[in-house]
Design a protein around this ligand. Structure first.
Ligand code: G1P
Length: 289
């Protein structure tokens, strides 16, 4: 079955990036000159998914606006002869079909996904979290879709993290099937030191079967008093098979300040016009210390 829809939860308050996020949604903070959300939408599109469901909240309307046309701006740019920029803005407006649903109260990621139930319907779907940027030759969600196409069951993205990082992630316990593939047996959301079953962390890319919705309805508040997606998937793994896939690619946790800086440097180095000056600048800064 072809997966057509991607759910992108964007209702989070972004408190880790205050004061920047006092008025600007964290999803619109730029990595170089592209807002985080656009990288994530591009990943969905490059994976063959063009219908995006934003689960939004108060103060987040500008995320949808970002994917609109702005004829007045285009006209000004045309008059100035900036046709390349006009083209690039048009591509953004055409890249995805946007629908949205409100999450009225911040009750957790599991609850956010549940809010998209009616818009998703009774079919498997993708979930992408915009705090995670993944730079890879084959888009991360495409790698998961390939496993889904073969197995027909839910698949989540995994990455091995360091011991001191496990408390920031959902952690998976699973049976290794091959070098990258696991069958998920259990999951713990943000384990405390010493409680962790492994160092295999869930990264914000999921392909989920629609059975997840009725399970999320029954999930009781977990870590942080929130309805956790991890707890819903953990229950799903008890009823059906859930696979974990250690994807190929570089992951940046841009919900974390250091991760955000790393992504900025790494994405700048990928830009032809910035690569040399950024490299030279970094060398100069380091040699001064
Ligand atoms: C969420 C999930 C967590 C996952 C993480 C990946 O946590 O709950 O299981 O490991 O995303 O980024 P959050 O970062 O939203 O607290």
């Amino acid at each position: 079955m072809k997966i057509k829809k991607a759910v992108i939860p964007v209702a989070g308050l972004g408190t880790r990036f205050l004061p920047a996020t006092k008025t600007v949604p964290k999803e619109l903070l730029p990595i170089v000159d592209i807002p985080a959300i656009q990288y994530v939408a591009q990943e969905a599109v490059d994976s063959g998914i063009a219908e995006v469901i934003f689960v939004t909240g108060r103060g987040k309307d500008s995320i949808e606006d970002h994917f609109d046309e702005i004829p007045e701006l285009e006209q000004v740019l045309e008059e100035r002869g900036q046709t390349e920029m006009v083209e690039s803005l048009r591509r953004i407006a055409e890249m995805i079909e946007v629908v949205s649903v409100r999450q009225k109260r911040p009750l957790g990621l599991g609850h956010a996904v549940l809010c998209a139930r009616d818009l998703v319907g009774n079919e498997p779907f993708a979930v992408l979290l915009s705090d995670d940027l993944i730079d890879s030759p084959s888009p991360c969600i495409r790698q998961l879709l390939d496993i889904f196409d073969e197995k027909g069951e839910s698949v989540i993205a995994l990455r091995r993290v360091l011991e001191h990082e496990v408390h920031r992630y959902g952690i998976v316990q699973g049976r290794q099937l091959n070098s990258r593939l696991y069958e998920v047996e259990n999951m713990v959301e943000k384990p405390r030191p010493g409680e962790t079953p492994s160092r295999l962390a869930i990264i914000g890319r999921y392909i989920l079967r629609p059975e997840i919705f009725s399970l999320l309805e029954k999930v009781t508040p977990g870590r942080g008093g929130e309805i956790q997606l991890t707890d819903g998937i953990s229950e799903l793994a008890r009823q059906k098979k859930v696979y974990g896939y250690e994807f190929e690619g570089e992951h940046y946790d841009i919900g974390d300040k250091l991760g955000f800086v790393k992504a900025t440097v790494a994405y700048a180095l990928k830009r032809a016009e910035l690569e040399r000056p950024v490299r030279e600048y970094l060398r100069a800064v380091i040699s001064k210390r």
